[in-house]
Design a protein around this ligand. Sequence first.
Ligand SMILES: *Cc1c(COP(=O)(O)O)cnc(C)c1O
Length: 234
Amino acid sequence: MLARSDIASRLDAVRARIAAAEARFGRAPGSVQLLAVSKVQPAELIRAAHQHGQRAFGESYVQEACDKQALLGERALDWHFIGRIQRNKTKTIAAHFDWVHGLGDPRHAERLGAHRLTVSDEPLRCCLQVNLSGEASKAGVEPHALPELLAHCARIEGLRIEGLMTLPAPAEDIAAQRRPFAVLRALRDRLATPEQPLATLSMGMSDDLEAAVAEGATMVRIGTAVFGPRPRHP
Ligand SMILES: *Cc1c(COP(=O)(O)O)cnc(C)c1O
């Protein structure tokens, strides 16, 4: 586990990588937001990152996230749920997070929206997860089913669909890394409307950040590069 003092310099390095990628690929400065993925990392390191100007944090395990929110004060930070959604956790997710990135099931969407209405006037901001690797085990909706899921979710009160998210299988070189990100952006461009611009493309992690920025990512989800190697999830 890293010391608190390491976090500032690692955050600076990740911010520099994002800025360099924006410049290299003709993206506007500041157009790519950093989501610091703090799953399995202790509240101390989240606090250190927050003190160094980081506001948005990504968590994958509901109970662990709630425990850390209790220590840190939920409202000071923006909490993004990026893990696999389980039906019996939808109530807690709707109450304790600002964003959900892995939405791929219409029943989960309905439950999240209904619960959200009971706890907040602010809609839960969601990205629909698209499975671009064709693996049945992977979460997310297949591209052919995306238009129907989007139309369904757009009608659910309590949710606001902000855009699309994907989590591709690791690839070796930047050309291969860019391919699924280009597909996600093309899907977005095809489905976006003035009422539903799908402005957010949540894509890119520590090892493929540059490829994602090249293809139009607006939010990169970075864990290891900010917080170091993850301890095993208990
Ligand atoms: C863990 C995780 C990340 C961060 O991965 P790193 O390789 O550590 O940057 C990003 N997105 C999702 C959905 C994750 O589960």
